[in-house]
Design a protein around this ligand. Structure first.
Ligand SMILES: [Zn+2]
Length: 93
């Protein structure tokens, strides 16, 4: 079959004929903009860098990257799109 399927319910979606929806989720680490002073630039950052390296040690590259950025892309049929937009962020368990 010349098509794709809904990533939520598995319904077949024919490219070019069926209405489908694309969900793109981009999760990035965010840093607040800080005002950098001359003192801050000249300060010794070696302790902070060592702490960061210790934290990343033992973590595989993919897990480390996921902490900074991960992206998802899903195709949805119209029925699943209506359900998805009602609550795109699932409640905490
Ligand atoms: Zn669906």
């Amino acid at each position: 079959m010349d098509g794709i399927s809904c990533d939520r319910c598995g319904a077949a979606l024919l490219v070019g004929t069926d209405v489908r929806y694309v969900v793109s989720i981009d999760v990035r680490a965010a840093w607040d903009v800080m005002e950098t002073t001359r003192e801050e630039l000249q300060r010794d950052h070696s302790a902070e860098i060592s702490a960061l390296l210790r934290k990343l040690e033992g973590m595989d590259a993919a897990a480390a990257e996921r902490q900074v950025h991960c992206a998802f892309r899903f195709d949805l049929c119209p029925r699943c799109q209506r359900e998805y937009v009602k609550g795109p962020l699932p409640p905490l368990k």
